[in-house]
Design a protein around this ligand. Structure first.
Ligand code: GLN
Length: 354
């Protein structure tokens, strides 16, 4: 009993430290984010916008925006934070939430696994060779499998309404141009969907399922929109302002855990070490991040790295995660240790030991 009380006290103490640092010293946080934005912009030329969906190829790669949305206190918005882009794979978090709430955990995990795939987001090799179901719900095969589960239960309009509500953004809509563009070039997803049908994972009409999935990917969002969704997840599924519950805390926990282990595709492990914030990316350049009990973060940076993750967005999150204490495994020594390590390596080199 005493033990429990002590733990609770300790937790509250941590939150107070956190609050003082992040929220009461807002100007300090703004400064940290501004510096991180400058460093992140330098990464943009190393990335490329997605072109396999021709409409995405038209987006200006130089854009970068972020919103840090703390549980308590004012949002910090910077750069192209209000520019609209398509959610793409970020919507798989919404698919997962809705599927868990409507169809139940057992049904969901009968159709998709909980493991990182270590493969590209649109891979079908491992699905065909090794497995009877997609590795996880946050890759294309997993998203399509969830759509097969959801299609008999809900219309796209239902999902759109839920998305607008949970993101506190009534302007979220279907980007028709992006949708049409993807539908014309989605042979890989079509192959995945038919493979899922052959394995009995999708039992709905394949073309309808593919259209349903692609519409969800083509919903428009902003960095601010994503930060609003992030803060609901950070607050265990409850809207901070209204107190409205959007999902059970169990669903929120599953979503956050899968975002940490699988949200950045085959870059998830590296991202977890370097950034340590559960995050889901999309090839539209969006990143949805959740620093549990602290903040939701939305990022937009359409230039992508080779894994299809926002190149400047990842750098930006990496720069702020430790400084703003958003990392799951916050370590005050992390940066210093790295510098010291470099010094040590330099000394060893200079002494010709190696
Ligand atoms: N709509 C995209 C696709 O299915 C989403 C992929 C992504 O964002 N990684 O290929």
């Amino acid at each position: 009993m005493t033990e429990t009380v002590n733990n609770k006290d300790r937790m509250e103490e941590q939150l107070v430290i956190d609050k003082q640092y992040k929220l009461q010293e807002r100007s300090k946080a703004v400064e940290i984010i501004r510096k991180a934005m400058d460093l992140a912009r330098e990464e943009i030329p190393k990335g490329k916008v997605a072109t396999y969906i021709p409409e995405l190829g038209k987006v200006d790669p130089h854009q970068l925006g972020i919103v840090v949305n703390p549980l308590k206190g004012e949002k910090i918005c910077m750069g192209d934070y209000d520019v609209r882009f398509t959610m793409q794979s970020v919507c798989k978090v919404i698919m997962l939430i809705v599927a868990l709430e409507i169809c139940g955990r057992r049904n969901v995990f009968k159709r998709v696994g909980m493991e990182p795939s270590g493969e590209a987001f649109d891979s079908l090799v491992e699905l065909d060779v090794n497995n009877s179901k997609p590795y996880n719900p946050l890759i294309n095969s997993g998203g399509l499998a969830l759509c097969g589960l959801l299609l008999p239960e809900l219309s796209f309009q239902d999902i759109l309404r839920f998305t607008r509500n949970i993101c506190s953004d009534p302007e979220i809509d279907l980007n028709e141009a992006a949708y049409d563009s993807e539908m014309k070039t989605c042979s890989r997803n079509r192959s995945i969907a038919y493979l899922l049908e052959s394995k009995g994972i999708i039992t709905t009409e394949v073309e309808d399922t593919l259209r349903f999935y692609t519409k969800m990917c083509s919903m428009s969002a902003t960095a601010e929109t994503l930060s609003n969704l992030g803060v609901v997840l950070a607050n265990d599924g409850v809207c901070v302002e209204t107190g409205k519950r959007f999902m059970s805390s169990r669903t929120a926990r599953i979503a956050k855990t899968l975002m940490l282990t699988c949200g950045m595709y085959d870059g998830s492990g590296t991202f977890a070490i370097k950034v340590g914030i559960p995050t889901k990316s999309g090839v539209g350049g969006g990143l949805l991040s959740v620093s549990d009990k602290r903040a939701g973060i939305g990022v937009f940076g359409p230039a992508l790295d080779s894994q299809g993750n926002s190149i400047a967005g990842c750098k930006l999150l990496r720069e702020i995660s430790n400084e703003l204490r958003l990392n799951l495994f916050y370590d005050p020594e992390w940066n210093r240790e790295e510098e010291e390590e470099n010094e040590l390596i330099k000394k060893i080199r200079e002494s010709h030991v190696i």
